[in-house]
Design a protein around this ligand. Sequence first.
Ligand SMILES: Cc1cc2nc3c(=O)[nH]c(=O)nc-3n(C[C@H](O)[C@H](O)[C@H](O)COP(=O)(O)OP(=O)(O)OC[C@H]3O[C@@H](n4cnc5c(N)ncnc54)[C@H](O)[C@@H]3O)c2cc1C
Length: 473
Amino acid sequence: MSADAVVVGSGPNGLVAAVTLASAGRKVLLLEAAAEFGGALRSAELTLPGRVHDMGATVMAMALASPATRGLALDGVEFAHPPVVAAHPLDDGPAVLVHRDAGRTAEGLGRDAGVWRAVVGAAERAGFPLVDLLLKPLGPWELRPAAFAAAARFGVAAALPATTLARRAFRTRRGRALLAGMAAHSMLDLRAPLTAGYGLTLAVLAHLVGWPLVAGGSQRLADALVARLRELGGEAVAGHRVRGLRELDAPTVVLDVPPREFAALADQPGRHGELPRRYRERLLRFRHGPGVFKVDWALDGPVPWRDPGVAGAGTVHLGGTLEEIALSEAETAAGRHSPRPYVLLVQPYAADPGGRGGHTLWAYCHVPNGSRADLTGAIEAQIERYAPGFRDRVLARHVMGPAALEAANPNLAGGDIGGGLASLGQFLRRPVWSPAPWRTPLPGVFLCSASTPPGPGVHGMGGWQAARLALKG
Ligand SMILES: Cc1cc2nc3c(=O)[nH]c(=O)nc-3n(C[C@H](O)[C@H](O)[C@H](O)COP(=O)(O)OP(=O)(O)OC[C@H]3O[C@@H](n4cnc5c(N)ncnc54)[C@H](O)[C@@H]3O)c2cc1C
C-alpha cells in the first residue's frame, strides 16, 4: 500500500498515533520489529503452557485517565479492578493499604490522614482537568478556577524531592513509607526534585480511576488497537525492523523509538532530509535511566502474605520504611546494586482470577543501566520477608535482566523501562527543549515514544500529540 503515514513501532504511543491518523482519514502503515504488536504491552506464556504473563505494563491507570485513550471503547478490552489498589507491607504492623476511596485510605494513615486528604484527596476532586495538566505538561489546559487551589497545593508538593515531602509533611512511618513506595516508581534517587510528584500523581490516579489491569493480559489492549487501525483501513506489519528513514517513502513518518535510535535511523536519510548536527548531538546526549531486573512466576496458589490484607492488592510495594527505600534507590542511582532492593510486585490474580491460566505474579527491582547481575535471590528474599513460604509456591520462574528486556524491545535500552531518565532536566528536555518536542527538524517526521512528554506509561499521549501535529501539517 502506498501510505500517507508510516508509524514505526507499535507500543502504546505508536498504536495511538496510528489510530489517530487513520481516524482522520490518513492511509497508515504500521511497522513493528517484533513478531507481536504491542511493545511493552505484550503478553506471553513465559513460564508454563497456558500461563499468561505481561512482559511489560500491567497496571492501566494511565490508560483510563489519559485524554488520548480514556474515551476509547475497544472490543475485547475489559478493565478489571483489584479489591485493594495497592499495599505496602511493613515489618512492624499492618500493611498500609491504598483503596479507591481517598477518605478510606486516609483513615489507615492515622496522623497523616489530614495531609493525604489535603494534597491527594483534593487533587482527586480536581479530577480529569488536573490529570490533563499532568499528562499535557505543555498545555492547553482547561482547569476550572475552583480547582486552582488544589492544583497549586499539589504542584508545590509535587516539585519536591519525595524525601523532603515525606519528612516535612508526613508524621508517621506508615505515611512516609507509602509515599516512598509510590515515588520510587520514578526510578530516581528520592532526594531528587519531582520524585514526590511522580508518587503523588500515581496516588491521585489510584483514587480517580483505580489501578486496573486488562482482563486476560495487556496484549488484548494492543491487539484491540491494531484491530481498530485495520477497521479504519490501516495496515499493520509485524516482524519488520526499520533500519533507516530511507526505507520510508511517505510524507508523514511517526517514530515510536528512543532518541538514539532516531539518530541512527536518520543516518540513512531519505526524502525527509538530514538531521541538523546540533539536534543530532542532543539526541545522542539523551540519558537513559536505571534498568530493571524482572521475574515472572507461575505459582500453585496465592502468595502467602503474613498480613492477609495484602492478598487483595493488585500492586505491592516491598522495601519497608522511607529510609530503606530511599537508600535502595540512591544505591541504584549511584550505579550500585542494593542488597535489599525496593521491589515493585504485581499480582494479576487479585483483579483477574482465572484470567491468566492460574496464579501468575511478576516483580522487578531497579538496577544500574545495563547491569548483568542476577537479582532473583534478592527479589525473592524481599517477598519472603513479608510472605514466609512464598518460594514453596513457585512452580516455574522466568527472568529478564536488562539485556533480555532490550533484546525483546529495543526501546528498553539497558533495561530502562521509562524511555529515559525522569530527572528534572529531562522532564524539561524530552528529548529537546521545545513547545512541541514531538516535531523534529525533519519536515514530516515526528517522534512519539516515551522519550517525549509526558514520559513513560500506557497513556498514548506521545502518539496522540505527534499525530495531532502531523495532521496540522
Ligand atoms: C517491565 C515493565 C513494566 C511496566 N509496567 C507499567 C505499568 O504497569 N503501567 C504503565 O502505565 N506503564 C508500565 N510500563 C511502562 C510502559 O509500558 C511504557 O512506558 C510504554 O509501553 C511506552 O510506550 P511506547 O509506545 O513509547 O514504547 P514501547 O511500548 O516500548 O514500544 C516500542 C515499540 O517500537 C518497536 N520498535 C523500536 N524500534 C523499531 C524499529 N526500528 N522498527 C520497528 N519497530 C521498532 C519496538 O519493538 C516496540 O514494540 C512498564 C514497562 C515495562 C518494560
